[in-house]
Design a protein. Sequence first.
Length: 265
Amino acid sequence: MMYRSGNIKIKGLLFICLLMSAVLLMSFLITPGHTTVYLAGDSTMANKQPKAFPETGWGMPFSAFFDSTVVVDNRAQNGRSTKTFISEGLWSSIIGSLKEGDYVFIQFGHNDEVPTKKSYINEQGFGDNLARFIRETREKKANPVLLTPAARRKFDTTGTIVGTHEVYSAIVRKLAAEQKVPLIDLDRESQALLQKLGPEGSKKLFNYLTPGESINYPEGRADDTHFSELGALKMAEIVLAGIRSLKLGLTPHIAHSNVKPLYEK
């Protein structure tokens, strides 16, 4: 009897231990971990210092649209191309932090395509660098997403929007198709938005300021590349619409919360 009683106790303890282990395992499986969305790109995407206000990168409001399971890590920097993003170690910093299931949103072109800039890289080099970003992201079992560069504000004399990234955007689209990478065509979508607003109405999306309007730009500003707060928000909304359209795993984690002003005015 003593043996049977002890045996029963041991079996009971084993059952409790197994039950607790199962509960802990289920709790681990049910509780979602954090997914990081890395942003790799240029000034149109980058975080800005208050001294640059109202210039705003679209990555700033973008980070406010997700629930607590998603962290947006914006590594974009002003003036960077795929070439300088690599040479300055910005890309390796992403790869060093990347974990399985994370995302890397890759948007370049503005600085790659201008021959007079030190950041310039030819079409072949641009495509090769993007292919490297895709390959190394996938090697980490993470998810690359390609974006064409955001449109500049340029209209012809008839009030029709003019594309300024035609060649480099085409490279991004072609590579996305070949490598079966999700593509958000920010160039075409933002051009459509600018066309809808027209030559005058579209100014409110960019860093357009009259003299004395902003302490940061006392002489005023007429910038057809960089966004205002409103413009950055509109670009972020285009990207979010792309996420939904592509049915990316991030879609259920888009939170419909109000986006607060990014700076105190």
